[in-house]
Design a protein around this ligand. Structure first.
Ligand SMILES: [Zn+2]
Length: 134
């Protein structure tokens, strides 16, 4: 992840912020300037939203071969999560054993360190997900 992209996306990464088309009610993450369903009708009607942070796992994979920045964490679970409001995003699942993960598992967001740049000591924070214990 390069720095300009990180800073541009920082607000969304910290807060799980997206937006919603008030014309048709569809939620988006990341934010869209216009609604792909409504096109011109959505101009000026996109409203910023902070997602509740709850959702379910729709698919997942166990990552054994990680980027060197993440080698301390492997193996780890990456999942596609469908938020309660509808958008899907990719996130790491934490506080979950490898045999516990399953499709349909309820999760909620948690604020965690994503990676640390060794030389500069820059720490990237962002959302991850953990199981909701029911
Ligand atoms: Zn729309």
């Amino acid at each position: 992840m390069n720095m300009p992209r990180f800073w541009r996306e920082k607000q969304g990464r910290y807060n799980l912020v997206g937006n919603r088309c008030t014309n048709c009610g569809t939620y988006y993450f990341p934010k869209r300037d216009i609604c792909p369903k409504c096109h011109r009708k959505s101009i000026g009607k996109m409203e910023e939203v902070r997602f509740k942070g709850t959702g379910k796992v729709v698919s997942w994979t166990i990552v054994h071969d990680a980027h060197p920045d993440y080698k301390d964490m492997r193996p780890y679970i990456m999942a596609i999560i469908e938020l309660e409001e509808g958008p899907r995003l990719t996130g790491q699942i934490v506080d979950c054993s490898l045999d516990e993960i399953h499709t349909g598992m309820r999760v909620r967001d948690t604020f965690r360190k994503l990676s640390e740049d060794g030389k500069d000591g820059v720490i990237f924070y962002g959302y991850k997900f953990r199981p909701v214990k029911e």
